[in-house]
Design a protein around this ligand. Sequence first.
Ligand code: AMP
Length: 213
Amino acid sequence: MRIIFLGPPGAGKGTQAKLIVKDFHILQLSTGDLLRAHRTQGTDLGLKAMSYMDGGNLVPDEVILGMVAEEFQKPELQAGYILDGFPRTCPQAEGLDKLLVEQGQNLDHVLVLEVPDSELVRRLTARRSCSKCGHIYNLVFNPPKVDGFCDHDDSPLIHRSDDTEATVINRLKVYKDQTRPLIEHYKPMGLVRSIDGTGEVKDIYQRILIALK
Ligand code: AMP
């Protein structure tokens, strides 16, 4: 199964993608996670991406497409994947179309998680993630048992540098201007399903399962 996950930052794509990965035995390919790993490792790509990410702007298409093309070489992706945070612009969607043709692959679903802006700002500024396993918490709706530490491995939780209010507002604008229009790219393929991304994580996941049937 090959899925694209669209939706604004904070809609819950990462959280839901992890549930899908577990149940369907496919890989999650998150360009945001890949970029953060590059930054942690101090690679040239990571250094290049840093200022864009911290301002809530998109990293240039050629950087992203190069990184994704490299990931697509991995044999593990043959079992299927969920693309989380990619594509985000029309040139990226066209680049993905080309990659799919090269690999002889088709997409099965394009899921769009819908959440109102006011809720997204609340969610993102209270978001924390585990520095080791990446598990995502929310200080308001889903806090860790011990303040500041992961329930699963006791590692410290981190607040992403781009989850501040000013940056979040810019990221939402960037989504509306550059990423949301991709729905029109995929609509003619008959793959797009809109999912209500509000409410409990498990209820949202049930809606996703229905959409994937
Ligand atoms: P995310 O974790 O998906 O919210 O991504 C965090 C940041 O990484 C974004 O705000 C962008 O700066 C950058 N980024 C992630 N994926 C992409 C992409 N497909 N195209 C451009 N920039 C990206």
